[in-house]
Write a protein that binds this ligand. Structure first.
Ligand code: ADP
Length: 309
């Protein structure tokens, strides 16, 4: 069954701007799905329509088979949305924020109290349940948003840039939490600017650009289409002029650091043979993330090139 099914979705805003130009998208039940796109690509417009906050111009959206227009209450009951902006009353406690949301969904009090405890524990905030949310850290506030979105046990959770602006430690903790929520059966759609986040968490991916889906596939096959791996090499001595290597691209990143692009078919032995021949000694090497980022740039570039032809 599809958690989300979108057909020929279009949105033209009142000023005539066409933000979505007929998108099709399917997300399977249980998936951890990434929706990627640069600013202005149309992600928020799509999420707005999925969550009934924005009216579509045409096309259909179904959440677990429920049409968001004709069966809006059923569709809404299946969906939890974590928006980008903190939008709860910051003078309220985490517990009340989550509890009030349960009330909004018409949950009986006893169940609401139980679900609030489960969700706050799931995001590791049970200890902070009675703290005024204004006093919580940025990462904790985001986790309150997630607990609130999960209180009615939605089968589909949409997280709109949940880790934007949080530091790497909190981001990693949130990744684990999202992976756990997904492992327990909730379908997750994530929008993010951090492509490494999508790469490490998501099984399937769509890339939206200029209101169109330019890529819709599974992460593994998408990544396997990348033909060049990038590595960062630390050198024993500084190199003033980079040599020209057959088949490899070199870029200086610092006095003793270079980046090298290695086509998959050539491999590393050939690279090191040529570096040794050029009297360049490598002391250490690491993989340069992010392969997905490179792919994203390539996709958008090739699309722009096609359009400019
Ligand atoms: P994203 O979330 O990917 O950054 P959005 O869906 O917010 O993209 O925006 C897509 C495009 O639609 C942008 O060019 C944006 O300026 C435009 N847009 C968004 N909201 C409105 C609106 N209410 N009226 C007119 N244009 C809008």
């Amino acid at each position: 069954m599809n958690a989300l099914s979108i057909r020929q979705l279009r949105k033209t805003y009142k000023n005539g701007f066409e933000a979505l130009k007929g998108i099709d998208l399917e997300v399977k039940q249980g998936d951890f799905f990434a929706l990627l796109g640069a600013n202005g690509a149309g992600k928020s417009t799509a999420i707005g329509i999925i969550s009934s906050l924005v009216n579509a111009t045409s096309g259909t959206v179904e959440i677990f088979g429920h049409n968001v227009k004709t069966a809006s209450n059923l569709a809404k009951s299946c969906l939890g949305l974590v928006p980008q902006e903190i939008n709860f009353n910051q003078f309220d406690t985490a517990k009340n924020i989550v509890l009030n949301q349960a009330g909004y969904y018409g949950m009986p009090r006893k169940l609401a109290v139980q679900r609030t405890e489960i969700c706050l524990k799931q995001v590791d905030l049970w200890d902070k349940r009675d703290t005024m949310s204004r006093r919580l850290s940025g990462g904790m506030k985001r986790r309150v948003m997630i607990a609130r979105a999960m209180v009615h046990a939605p089968k589909l959770l949409i997280l709109d840039e949940p880790t934007a602006g949080v530091d790497i430690e909190i981001r990693r903790a949130m990744w684990k939490m999202m992976a756990d929520v997904n492992a327990q059966g909730t379908t997750i759609i994530l929008t993010t600017h951090y492509l490494e986040e999508a790469e490490s968490l998501c099984r399937n991916i769509a890339i939206i650009d200029g209101g169109k889906i330019v890529e819709h596939s599974d992460m593994a096959s998408l990544l396997s289409r990348l033909h060049i791996d990038y590595f960062v090499l630390d050198l024993a001595q500084s190199v003033i002029t980079l040599p020209t290597l057959n088949g490899f691209t070199l870029k200086s990143l610092g006095e003793k650091i270079i980046e090298v692009g290695v086509p998959k078919e050539l491999g590393l032995n050939d690279l090191f043979a040529q570096l040794s021949a050029a009297n360049i000694h490598v002391t250490s090497m690491k993989n340069k993330s992010n392969r997905l980022e490179q792919l994203f740039i390539d996709l958008i570039d090739s699309k722009n090139t096609r359009e400019n032809l």
